[in-house]
Ligand binder design. Structure first.
Ligand code: ZN
Length: 346
């Protein structure tokens, strides 16, 4: 079957349509005919090659997908063929101590569809039954592909790891991709006062429409630390959600409140940062990492999406035959939300 991914690691010039065998439906698994797939920045890193994460090549990209149940394996009796579904891209073994304790995101065998396995930008994808959820009534297939990875990331990072409470000041650093557009909504739903920090102030109206109370435009005169310090009326920011990495973490630390939390969910602009430990201990702040979510957290955020209290933000939908165009949107300064690829019905 035809998929979109790469034969060899590298840059965008390596993106290609590849041919991989249709996956068999094993016991306890579900095979889904993909009708929409979505890309994340993770796909760019997978394309480049992540040290320590070998992939089978040719490799199909895409962690997010929605579609229709095409077949079910032995032991799956509660999901009918033809059901419209979306996929949770997080894979866990279900047997390690973390899984048994109900925190699958800490599974020692944790993997992600499209990073460690063949991805969703293809005709058929097979995942465990527990990764398949009915598509909310209000969702298109594109919505179903746009939501899973970014909303579970924002939910765990802000609610569980960041401990956001009503009235907290929360800053979202980086304003235009899929994760920040989810994080703004989640922080607002949790009752926070929310600022988004962006280098593209033209996105301000759309960020406010998602619930941002304030949009802070960064430039050389208004660096991150000073902007946030001023915004917090010199008390510091309670929770800073940072996906940028090396350039922003030291400045985020200078702007964090006493007992504040910096939650790192990615490092798109570089992985190695230098911080002043004196600020860390004097403020009694913490810097914590977060990735993906537990099964319970996924169900929680999916329920909010199903009720319409959170909504997927879609930058653009591209036909499967133009999948590279979707990928290139990551470099567009006006990117806002998720890039989705539409697959035709057979
Ligand atoms: Zn486990």
């Amino acid at each position: 079957m035809r998929g979109f991914g790469f034969e060899e690691h590298g840059g965008l010039d390596r993106l290609a349509y590849v041919d991989i065998p249709a996956p068999p439906t094993g016991a306890g698994e579900v095979r889904v005919r993909v009708r929409a797939a979505a890309f994340n920045r993770l796909d760019r890193f997978t394309l480049a090659g992540i040290p320590g994460v070998p992939v089978v090549r040719p490799h199909v990209l895409g962690s997010d997908g929605a579609g229709v149940v095409e077949s079910v394996g032995d032991g799956v009796s509660d999901l009918a063929v033809g059901t419209k579904v979306l996929l949770n891209p997080g894979l866990w073994d279900g047997t390690c101590p973390a899984c048994r304790a109900g925190d699958e995101a800490l599974c020692r065998e944790y993997r992600i569809v499209g990073e460690h396995t063949q991805g969703t930008a293809t005709e058929l994808v097979v995942v465990p039954r527990r990764n398949v959820h009915p598509l909310p009534d209000r969702f298109s297939f594109a919505d179903g592909a746009a939501a899973p990875l970014v909303f579970q990331t924002a939910w765990r990072a802000l609610r569980t790891i960041g401990g956001v409470s009503p009235g907290d000041r929360v800053a979202i650093v980086g304003g235009g991709g899929g994760v920040p557009t989810a994080a703004v909504q989640v922080a607002k739903l949790l009752g926070a006062r929310v600022a988004v920090v962006t280098r593209t102030p033209a996105k301000g109206d759309r960020l406010r429409a998602l619930g941002a109370d304030d949009v802070l435009a960064l430039d050389d005169e208004h660096p991150l630390d000073k902007s946030l310090w001023q915004w917090s009326e010199k008390r510091g920011v309670d929770v800073i959600f940072d996906s940028v990495g090396a350039p922003t973490i030291p400045r985020s630390l200078r702007a964090v409140a006493r007992a504040g939390r910096i939650v790192v969910i990615g490092a798109t602009a570089g992985p190695v940062a230098e911080i002043d430990l004196r600020t860390l201990f004097w403020r009694q702040a913490s810097i914590r990492g977060s990735t993906m979510a537990s099964a319970h957290e996924f169900a929680e955020v999916l329920a909010e999406l199903g009720e319409g209290r959170l909504r997927p933000v879609i930058d653009s939908v591209h036909p499967f035959d133009r999948a590279a165009d979707a990928f290139r949107r990551f470099d567009a300064p006006d990117l806002f939300g998720k890039v989705v690829v539409d697959l035709p019905a057979p």
